[in-house]
Write a protein that binds this ligand. Structure first.
Ligand SMILES: Nc1nc2c(ncn2[C@@H]2O[C@H](COP(=O)(O)OP(=O)(O)OP(=O)(O)O)[C@@H](O)[C@H]2O)c(=O)[nH]1
Ligand SMILES: [Mg+2]
Length: 518
């Protein structure tokens, strides 16, 4: 018996596939159509595989850059600067979504101020508050001031990975509602604040729908100050949400109640909040400049974040009926990153275009586990450490000083075996806020006792912090890689873009060497 050949007319498979001799014209037509479709699908699969191979080949040459650092360090703000530099049009497309974030930042800040005032309501010593406010009104306000520290207790003993600043004192438990005489709740100031609170109540009620709009209804436990976490691509989802395409929400219900059946493309929630802000503009200004509020800030009983202060200072503009966020507003807007958001830019250098994948991670402790899968093939890391945070403590763990946390995190990054050959860049960030704090007379040694009797001027302080980061790097540097450091304020576009240019060139030199192209 002959072995059937693949090409043989006697091959049983070919025989089985042969059209039947009794095939009708209609059957023949159907068969040809089916065969053409099968061919098309097969060719499509081949093409997809070819493109995937191409993409993998291309991606092999891409630069992968991770932005790492604790929450609020400035990673997403730095990412926005990359976006402004390499994809400026995309910021314009996102402008509307940022309006929702900024409105949320304003409403949330006001809610925080009113909550602190309420806690103090029964225990205000109005006279002393007004007195302390009046002597300090000329001073610039300090952002994010923490409570005064209790007598020094070291948070990190000097043996812990060699990273800690010995003697960063723990934050004392909140003194809000503590033992002040009950004598002022019926004072004129308290009555004024009571009236403001009443008038601002409807605006305060928009805090939750705005948060839902941004997060898509997802809440993350331990979100501290009640901020909102967003995932990659939130901008597009915010708009989808607004149009009621994702799930029934504030707008859908409002549209129904107003008898609107068509999709107007307008975000009713944001329009409503905008109208309420316009109506409440004078009340917000009055609250923001109220002596009691001023006094609480000066006495460090009211802690405001930098973005709260920025938007309240610009409230006339933000609450205007035709408000559109400026690029500076977008750089100051605050929203917490959840997981890892990838941004791709085509970076042109020496006539060669290379794709850069920027990975912007969530920096809160509960988010850090999601970083590791990205370590494997990272080319470079920018570690962002906010040096203005010497008087601040982690939201996630109020006993940990934020500079100590940054140093611990940096120790982990420097000693991680997967990262031993990455190009390492350190941004000592928020230098503008550090200067402002030092200018108001805030003393570093109150919070970091190891700072000792050194001079409290900006240069001494930043060099002191830099030395600690360099020490961590030296102690965890088996591969003798270089650490590039920059003092930054990533809300400053001109300065940051110049630094990004330097970082890009340095990374690219390493990239060319490792790709053996030079
Ligand atoms: N004044 C000033 N503000 C800054 C600077 N860097 C960041 N900010 C502000 O600090 C806030 C937090 O910055 P983000 O970039 O959101 O912080 P992040 O590191 O991405 O935080 P997570 O996403 O929670 O990890 C934003 O309101 C920024 O505008 C800076 O250098 N100076
Ligand atoms: Mg972020």
């Amino acid at each position: 018996m002959r072995t059937p050949s693949l090409y043989s007319q006697d091959d049983p498979i070919s025989a089985a596939l042969k059209p039947s001799p009794s095939e009708t014209e209609a059957e023949r037509h159907a068969r040809l159509v089916a065969e053409a479709e099968a061919r098309r699908v097969s060719e499509q699969i081949d093409e997809d595989l070819r493109q995937e191979r191409e993409r993998m080949k291309r991606n092999k040459g891409d630069v992968k850059l991770l932005l790492l650092g604790q929450a609020e360090s400035g990673k997403s703000t730095l990412q926005k600067q990359f976006q402004l530099m390499y994809k400026p049009n995309s910021i314009d497309q996102e402008r509307t979504s940022w309006k929702t974030v900024i409105y949320f930042n304003v409403v949330h800040s006001l809610k925080h101020i009113l909550a602190i005032l309420e806690a103090w309501d029964d225990s205000l010593d109005e006279d002393s508050l007004e007195e302390s406010a009046s002597v300090s009104l000329n001073k610039s306000r300090v952002n994010g001031i923490a409570q005064q520290p209790s007598p020094s207790t070291s948070l990190i003993n000097s043996s812990s990975a060699g990273s800690g600043l010995s003697g960063s004192p723990a934050r004392p438990s909140s003194s809000v509602g503590s033992s002040h005489p009950v004598n002022a709740s019926r004072e004129p100031g308290a009555v004024q604040i009571g009236n403001l609170r009443r008038r601002l109540t409807p605006l305060m009620a928009t805090d939750t729908p705005l948060a839902d709009r941004l997060s898509g209804g997802i809440t993350v436990s331990g979100s501290g100050k009640g901020g909102v976490y967003v995932r990659s691509g939130w901008q597009a989802r915010t708009i989808e949400n607004a149009l009621g395409r994702i799930k029934p929400n504030y707008d859908a219900e409002l549209k129904k109640s107003r008898g609107i059946t068509h999709d107007s493309g307008q975000d009713i929630l944001v329009q409503d909040v905008g109208r309420m802000l316009t109506a409440a503009k004078d009340d917000i200004k009055e609250l923001w400049s109220h002596p009691t509020v001023e006094g609480l800030i000066v006495r460090r009983k009211l802690k405001l974040d930098e973005w709260s202060e920025f938007f309240l200072r610009h409230i006339s503009r933000v609450a205007a009926p035709d408000y559109t966020p400026t690029t500076d507003d977008i750089l100051h807007a605050r929203i917490q990153t959840m997981g890892v958001a990838e941004h791709v830019f085509d970076v042109n250098i020496h006539g060669k275009s290379v794709s850069w994948h920027l990975f912007d991670v969530g920096g809160a402790r509960g988010q850090r586990h999601s970083w590791v899968p990205y370590f494997d093939d990272a080319n470079a890391i920018i570690f962002v450490a906010p040096v203005s945070a010497f008087d601040q403590y982690l939201e996630e763990d109020p006993r940990t000083n934020r500079i100590d946390d940054s140093l611990q995190l940096f120790t982990q990054i420097c000693s991680n075996a997967l990262l031993k050959s990455v190009h390492l860049v350190l941004f000592l960030n928020k230098t503008d806020l550090l200067k402002a704090k030092l200018d108001t007379g805030l003393r570093v040694r109150k919070y970091i006792t190891s700072f000792g009797e050194r001079s409290n001027d900006y240069e001494t302080v930043v060099q002191y912090f830099r030395a600690h980061f360099l020490q961590v790097h030296r102690r965890n540097n088996e591969n003798r890689r270089v650490l590039y450091t920059h003092f930054t304020s990533v809300v400053d576009t001109k300065a940051t873009q110049r630094i990004i240019g330097n970082v890009r060139d340095a990374i690219f030199r390493g990239y060319l060497q490792s790709a053996a192209l030079v």
